[in-house]
Write a protein that binds this ligand. Structure first.
Ligand SMILES: Nc1ncnc2c1ncn2[C@@H]1O[C@H](COP(=O)(O)OP(=O)(O)OP(=O)(O)O)[C@@H](O)[C@H]1O
Length: 293
């Protein structure tokens, strides 16, 4: 499979010679392709990113990317350290203002109608800062009340989420005394309490033990089965290949490939395709002074 062609298709530069069929890694939605006007784009596209860029000072780190996350998908965003995943997800969820371009969540522009857009999305940011003087239960409750839920609903959902995250026994412990994995889980629970339509999770499994990770995967799979959409960033290709139905590979602020996992990986593993596309493997015989007696 021609990776270069794949790259072109994601950047909207599909060559005319490819007109014989749908592009293999087309990031444009059916709506963008002008077919099937019956379904409203706002519902069919969980997230739509158009020409999104972000610079810090005079250094642009996200370069005018286009990406459509279909509703009901489990979408992986993968890339090397510094590729621009967190910057992209922060812009997509209203946490970081883009330098240019636009993002909409279920048809609602994130930066023009932030309140409405944010009510639809639950976010687990990277390196999340929590109000860690609160207990786990208080933190979820606080998140629920901030979203305007009534006390009874918040209370019911808090207990469900604490149980699902295996945190019931630590519900009255202050978050400052939680381990890294427990903090991740309580942050995830807080992101879910308002029953969002879309979950955007930056490295949700980092520091999380394998049993909890399986439980969380089950919760996310159930969420998707019920019509929700999940976007996860991850460095773990195996996990993305097993868990996600769609994936986008990001490198140096651009999307190199995007589509269903099967389309992107073809006959190879996602990890091989990733390394092949992104490059950067270092030929070395090791560090000479390391391990010598
Ligand atoms: N606030 C900031 N000020 C300046 N540069 C920034 C800032 N935030 C991110 N960057 C730069 O933008 C680039 C993309 O960073 P980003 O955190 O989006 O990458 P990432 O793909 O999430 O990386 P990782 O996998 O390591 O978390 C990096 O070069 C980073 O140094």
């Amino acid at each position: 499979m021609d990776r270069d062609t794949n790259h072109l298709s994601t950047t909207g530069q599909q060559p005319a010679s490819d007109a014989g069929g749908p592009p293999p890694f087309d990031t444009t939605s059916p709506d963008r392709q002008g077919t099937d006007a019956a379904s409203a784009p706002s519902v069919r596209e969980a997230i739509r990113i158009d020409s999104l860029s972000r610079a810090f000072g005079d250094r642009e780190v996200v370069h005018g990317i286009d990406l459509t996350i279909p509703s009901g998908s489990m979408y992986g965003l993968v890339g090397r350290n510094g590729a621009g995943k967190t910057t992209t997800l922060s812009m997509a969820t209203g946490l970081l203002r883009p330098t240019s371009g636009s993002v909409s969540i279920r048809g609602i522009d994130v930066w023009q109608r932030p309140r409405e857009a944010k009510s639809l999305v639950g976010v687990l940011p990277d390196g999340v800062h929590l109000f860690d003087r609160l207990t786990g239960r208080q933190l979820i409750t606080y998140a629920g009340l901030l979203h305007g839920l009534d006390k009874e609903t918040v209370s019911e959902r808090s207990e469900d989420l604490l149980k699902a995250m295996d945190l019931t026994d630590s519900a009255n412990t202050t978050v400052t005394d939680y381990s890294a994995g427990m903090r991740k889980k309580i942050a995830l629970a807080s992101a879910m309490v308002h029953a969002p339509k879309v979950l955007v999770l930056d490295e949700p499994f980092e520091s999380v033990d394998p049993v909890s990770a399986s439980n969380i995967r089950d919760i996310l799979a159930g969420f998707v089965r019920n019509g929700g959409t999940v976007v996860v960033s991850s460095h773990v290709m195996d996990l993305v290949q097993r868990m996600c139905d769609h994936v986008a590979i990001m490198n140096q602020g651009s999307i190199l490939a995007a589509g269903t996992v099967d389309e992107v990986r073809g006959e190879s593993s996602l990890e091989d395709v990733f390394v092949d596309l992104v490059g950067g493997r270092v030929e070395s015989e090791g560090i000479s002074w390391l391990g010598t007696s």
